[in-house]
Design a protein around this ligand. Structure first.
Ligand code: PMT
Length: 404
């Protein structure tokens, strides 16, 4: 279940005897690398305590909508944005009824309305309640809105009856959650991503670098793996693990990144440049540690090659996607880069507090041709998935136009 690595799952637990299985599900999701936050309804707390879920998740459990303390720490809108997937297991008949009617009277139903992430429900209830026309109508409504409903299974029930309504087992829920991250929109294509900062050495112990953590590029690489692409990731120095199925090539300086990219580019269909590549490097790197001798010290820098622009200028250039990190005039600067570097697409991020560099969240405006799309603040994982969908659409369209 490699797809769960690093995914942020908001596990919603509603009232029903199957709530105790939510603890097993939580452990399973975590074992497969997901980061899980738990939201429980009041009825769920009658079946399993928030303390159990808190101890297992290592994070505060959220139960109340209007709670001053939790709202100031991580409010319901932040939670809704945080999640890559909202997974509700078990989902009771009462919850499904409220959700299908768009109620927002408690934390979990409010989150479901406020999130733009995919939502998945694992129903659990008495078989007659499941078969009841009201429940079936409610389910039809939410399925029509794109909500995934997984299960229920048939069999003996806690109430002594037998029939459909048992929550499917935690192992199956975790596996379906993992699969929900998988798309095949890029299968058969070869994708090259750069990520992280570069380091330009000054002497054996010092360097010039920037605050890129690599998260955005690694999230793009992961989303591309899930989209079925064959992925190579060229990474500057970061503290992240690469997706298992991606080929990882570690580099340090812009010059090393440049030659690693150029070695792979002839076998690349899509190139995505998410790295924060140093624009300049030292003319000469001192062989020994520079001694503190005078009050000021000047470094002489030379311009590095622009990897992205050189790739886009190749005769048989791949579909080329740049990033732009801006502190001002985001749109104008990004569009200028799109045109001057002759890119197929550019994803622009405004650098700011809790956005862009070294943050888990970001917000992007993606430009291509005369079009653009705004991707609101969300986790880099979720943004990367949307970006990969946009890239796949444009890449496929360009290929179709080429063959006609
Ligand atoms: O790594 P994170 O902490 O997750 O942060 C993500 C990010 C902010 C680094 C990422 O989203 C981002 O915006 N990366 C590009 C940052 C950048 O260097 O932007 P730029 O506007 O300076 O460069 C424009 C484009 O040219 C980029 O695609 C860059 O990779 C590329 N470039 C720049 C210079 C150079 N010498 N060669 C290049 O290929």
């Amino acid at each position: 279940m490699y797809q769960l690595t690093g995914k942020r799952i908001l596990l919603g637990v509603t009232g029903g005897i199957a709530a105790y299985k939510a603890a097993v599900l939580l452990r399973l999701l975590q074992q497969h690398g997901a980061v899980v936050r738990v939201v429980m309804t009041r009825n769920a707390c009658e079946f399993i305590t928030p303390l159990t879920m808190q101890a297992l998740s290592g994070k505060p459990v959220h139960t109340e909508l209007l709670d001053l303390e939790t709202e100031s720490a991580m409010g319901h809108i932040d939670l809704a944005r945080w999640a890559d997937l909202v997974l509700i297991a078990p989902a009771s008949a009462n919850f499904i009824a409220r959700y299908s009617n768009g109620f927002a009277e408690d934390l979990l139903s409010t989150l479901c309305l406020a999130t733009s992430s995919p939502v998945m429900l694992a129903p659990a209830m008495n078989q007659q309640m499941w078969l009841n026309a009201a429940t079936q109508e409610n389910l039809k409504k939410i399925i029509a809105r794109g909500i995934a409903v997984i299960g229920p299974a048939e069999g003996d029930q806690a109430c002594g009856e037998n029939g459909p309504g048992r929550m499917i087992e935690p192992e199956e829920i975790a596996s379906l959650a993992a699969k929900s991250f998988e798309t095949n929109i890029l299968s058969g294509s070869r994708l090259l991503v750069t990520a992280g900062p570069t380091r330009e050495a000054i002497d054996p112990v010092r360097f010039i670098s920037n605050r890129s953590s690599g998260r955005m590029g690694y999230a793009v690489a992961m989303a591309a793996v899930e989209a079925g692409a064959e992925v190579s990731l060229i990474s500057g120095p970061v503290n992240l693990s690469a997706p298992d199925r991606a080929e990882l090539i570690n580099v340090t300086s812009a010059a090393e990144m440049y030659s690693a990219v150029m070695q792979k580019i002839s076998t690349t269909d899509i190139f995505i440049s998410a790295a924060a590549v140093a624009d300049y490097s030292l003319d000469t790197i001192a062989e020994q540690k520079i001694k503190k001798s005078s009050d000021s010290y000047e470094l002489s820098l030379q311009k590095n090659p622009d990897i992205l622009a050189e790739v886009a200028a190749l005769n048989s250039a791949p579909f080329t996607v740049g990033f732009a990190a801006e502190t001002e005039n985001l749109e104008l600067n990004a569009q200028t880069k799109l045109r001057s570097k002759k890119l197929d697409m550019i994803a622009a991020n405004q650098v700011g507090e809790d956005l862009g560099f070294d943050s888990e969240m970001n917000a992007l405006t993606v430009f291509w041709g005369a079009e653009h799309k705004q991707l609101q603040k969300a986790s880099k994982t979720r943004l990367a998935r949307t970006l990969i969908t946009l890239i796949a659409d444009q890449y496929n369209e360009k290929n179709i136009n080429k063959t006609h």
